[in-house]
Design a protein around this ligand. Structure first.
Ligand SMILES: [Zn+2]
Length: 66
């Protein structure tokens, strides 16, 4: 099980895989960073692009966690 902090605060989520980590982080994100998600609202294409960028960045970060 890998532990990695939220990209915006010190909250730690766990997961064997990046997908599991993301699932574990989701409720926290919706709770603590709703305004961030709100501020990124745009067209579906823009939101998809934003999500892909977020996932790529955090996936790279997850790969570095031992
Ligand atoms: Zn957070």
């Amino acid at each position: 099980m890998k532990k990695m902090k939220c990209d915006l605060c010190d909250y730690e989520a766990e997961g064997e895989t990046f997908e599991q980590w993301m699932t574990a982080l989701k409720p926290h994100y919706a709770d603590a960073h709703a305004e961030v998600m709100q501020s990124k609202k745009g067209t579906p294409e823009e939101m998809r692009a934003e999500m892909m960028k977020w996932m790529a960045g955090n996936n790279a970060r997850f790969e570095l966690v031992k």
